[in-house]
Design a protein around this ligand. Structure first.
Ligand SMILES: [Zn+2]
Length: 296
C-alpha cells in the first residue's frame, strides 16, 4: 500500500494506478468558483468592459476545455477496481486467501491463493479447436470466458490464423500433482518460475486458456510469441477480453517467466485498458509488488 500512497497524484493517477479511481476528485465541479456577472458597469467603461468581456469569454472557453479534459481523464481511470488489500483474508497458516473468487478481476499470484475447495460454478467446454483429442477437464472455462474465447477463435479463423487451445481449467488437486512433478524434475526454485503451487494457479479460476499453433509445434513455448499466431493473439486478445497475463519484461512483477500463450479473461473494458497502458494485472489493480522469494 506504500507504493499506492506515494504515487497518488491526481494527474498521473490514471496512468499509474487505475485503482485509485475511487478517490474523490479534489478538482470537482463544486469547488470551481462561478464567474461574476459584469453588467453593472458605467457607460464610461463600456469599451473597456467590452474588451474585458471578450477576455472573460476566452477564459471561459479555456476553462470549458479544461473541464472537458478533466472529464476525459476521469473516464480514462475507468470503473472502480477491487482493492487488492480488500479482497484477501489471512488464514491460520498466514497465507493470503482471495475472497472475490468469481470476480473476472480476481488476482491470483504467488502471494494470493485461491481456496483449496474453490471450483468455479459455471465451468463449460468452449466450442473451439483443441491441440489434443478427447474430453478432458482442462478443456473447461467459466461460461463468460468460454463465450469470449469462442469469439476470439472465430475471428482467428476469419483471419486465417491457425490457433489451438491447449489447457484451461485445472483443479487444486491437479495443480498440486503438476507442481510436485515439476519440482521433482527441476527443483522447487526452478519449478516455481514456470509452474504454480496449488492454489496459486490462475488455471484454477477457469478464466484462463493456454493457446498454441502449428508454428510452435503445438507446444507452450516462448517462441510462440514470435509466430504469426502469437503476434495476432497479442494484438487481438484484448478486444475479446483477454490479456497476456505474464508479459515479457514484467517477470519481477508477475513472478513468472514470459508466457505469450497464457490468456487470462478479465473482460473487454479492463483488457483494453491493461493492454493500452502496457500493465500487468498487478499494476492495474495497484497491488503491492513483493519480491519473489527465490530461495524456496
Ligand atoms: Zn497457463
Amino acid at each position: 500500500m506504500k507504493l499506492r500512497t506515494i504515487l497518488i497524484s491526481f494527474t498521473s493517477c490514471s496512468l499509474l494506478l487505475s485503482g485509485c479511481s475511487s478517490i474523490p476528485n479534489p478538482f470537482s465541479k463544486d469547488d470551481q468558483t462561478e464567474e461574476q456577472p459584469s453588467d453593472q458597469l458605467s457607460e464610461v467603461n463600456k469599451d473597456e468592459n467590452k474588451e474585458q468581456n471578450q477576455n472573460d469569454q476566452e477564459q471561459n472557453r479555456e476553462k470549458d476545455s479544461e473541464k472537458d479534459s478533466d472529464k476525459e481523464k476521469e473516464a480514462d481511470k475507468g470503473p472502480d477496481l477491487p482493492a487488492p488489500e480488500e479482497t484477501v483474508e489471512v488464514n491460520a497458516e498466514g497465507e493470503k486467501i482471495v475472497t472475490n473468487v468469481m470476480d473476472p478481476l480476481v488476482l491470483v499470484n504467488k502471494e494470493r491463493n485461491l481456496p483449496e475447495d474453490f471450483v468455479p460454478e459455471t465451468l463449460t467446454i468452449p466450442d473451439i479447436p483443441f491441440a489434443f483429442e478427447g474430453d478432458h477437464p482442462k478443456k473447461q472455462m467459466q461460461q463468460a470466458a468460454a463465450d469470449a474465447i469462442e469469439d476470439l477463435f472465430a475471428q482467428a479463423e476469419k483471419d486465417d490464423i491457425p490457433l489451438l487451445a491447449q489447457s484451461g481449467y485445472r483443479s487444486y488437486s491437479t495443480q498440486k500433482v503438476i507442481f510436485a512433478s515439476n519440482a521433482e524434475s527441476n527443483g522447487q526454485e526452478e519449478a516455481n518460475k514456470y509452474s504454480a503451487r496449488a492454489g496459486q494457479s490462475e488455471h484454477q479460476t477457469g478464466l484462463t486458456m493456454d493457446v498454441t499453433s502449428p508454428e510452435a509445434s503445438f507446444q507452450l513455448i516462448e517462441e510462440f510469441g514470435e509466430t504469426t499466431a502469437g503476434k495476432w493473439v497479442k494484438d487481438n486478445a484484448p478486444k475479446y477480453g483477454f490479456i497476456i497475463r505474464y508479459p515479457k519484461g514484467k517477470e519481477e512483477i508477475t513472478g513468472y517467466q514470459y508466457e505469450p500463450w497464457h490468456l487470462r479473461y478479465v473482460g473487454k473494458e479492463h483488457a483494453t485498458r491493461i493492454h493500452e497502458q502496457n500493465l500487468t494485472l498487478e499494476e492495474y489493480l495497484g497491488a503491492p509488488v513483493e519480491p519473489v522469494n527465490s530461495s524456496e
